[in-house]
Design a protein around this ligand. Structure first.
Ligand SMILES: NC(=O)c1ccc[n+]([C@@H]2O[C@H](COP(=O)([O-])OP(=O)(O)OC[C@H]3O[C@@H](n4cnc5c(N)ncnc54)[C@H](O)[C@@H]3O)[C@@H](O)[C@H]2O)c1
Length: 283
């Protein structure tokens, strides 16, 4: 086993970009990358939240916080230009920013129907309510989720790869997918976006391998982040009961998997999907 000191130096001086780093998994990933020695550029829609993340990393000036909407390709390119100027050339990118719902995607109605159906089941009767979402999902709702989860990952990847090629550097990209990509559980736009990230990971692993750029994905299952606070307690308990390890992941546990894939310890891994879900679903 490596000593804590060797571990803290694993990503020494590497510039790492983390999207959606204002809270939850993104913040945990930023913290762990920094503790492994990386200099972190933390991006998020929420400027105050991402400033707070950077404040938690210590070592003032070693890291930067940037307000950026990853679904806006111009904003992404501008953020990467700032990162190059302030920190240097990017060596690691973690595409973590993601949303589960968007305006006019039929979610409100779906959650109401789901609660009704669960009540029917809980009362011992047959479930008569059908939980549908797609007929009520407008273009805006569909695009909203794909724009952040998939377009955002592509825009950031493109900017990072340009920088890596320009610098003639090896690099590592980690995409945060989801167990739902394989199980199919969840809203259709979300599941589609997370499955698409696995396709993106594999296609890029082939395209970029020759340049020494590795591209992998992590597929978390239910993880204890602010996203979970919006879900009724009973559903969360039912979800946990179905996990062989008996609990949700903590964001730090997912961050560990991300840092490992980003580090040289994973030097022969590319195109892989590392599942961190306590056994809730097997890929
Ligand atoms: N929590 C889970 O159970 C779980 C499970 C599987 C996968 N995931 C995935 O993990 C990732 C992180 O999830 P989380 O639970 O930490 O979510 P979260 O909602 O707690 O945090 C997401 C962060 O992304 C930011 N963000 C949203 N849209 C953005 C945009 N357009 N540009 C930049 N930043 C944006 C938000 O401001 C927020 O800080 C997501 O991709 C999510 O789909 C989460």
């Amino acid at each position: 086993m490596s000593s804590p000191n060797a571990r803290s130096q694993k990503l020494a001086e590497r510039i790492a970009v983390v999207t959606g780093a204002g809270q939850g998994m993104g913040r945990a990933i930023a913290r762990k990358l920094a503790s492994w020695g990386a200099r972190v550029a933390a991006l998020d829609l929420n400027a105050a939240a991402v400033e707070e993340t950077i404040a938690q990393l210590g070592e003032r000036g070693a890291h930067v916080a940037l307000a950026c909407d990853v679904s806006d390709s111009r904003a992404v390119d501008a953020a990467f230009a700032r990162i190059a100027a302030d920190l240097g050339e990017v060596a690691i990118l973690v595409n973590n920013a993601g949303i589960g719902r968007a305006p006019n995607d039929g979610s409100e109605r779906m959650y109401e129907l789901m609660a009704k159906r669960n009540a029917e089941l809980a009362s011992g009767g047959p479930a008569q309510t059908h939980v549908d979402q797609v007929p009520f999902m407008e273009d805006e709702g569909w695009r909203g989720v794909l724009a952040v989860n998939l377009d955002g990952a592509f825009f950031c990847t493109r900017a990072a790869v340009r920088a890596m090629i320009k610098a003639g550097r090896r690099g590592a990209i980690v995409n945060i997918s989801s167990t739902s990509a394989q199980s199919g559980e969840g809203s259709v736009h979300y599941v589609t976006s997370k499955a698409a990230l696995i396709g993106l990971t594999r296609a890029l692993a082939r395209e970029l391998g020759g340049r020494g750029i590795r591209v992998n994905a992590v597929a978390p299952g239910p993880t204890n982040t602010p996203i979970m606070q919006g879900i009724p307690e009973q559903w969360v308990r039912d979800m946990e009961n179905a996990i062989p390890l008996g609990r949700m992941a903590e964001p730090e546990e997912v961050a560990e998997a991300v840092c490992w894939l980003a580090s040289d310890a994973a030097s022969m891994c590319t195109g892989a999907v590392l599942v961190a879900n306590g056994g809730s679903y097997f890929f």
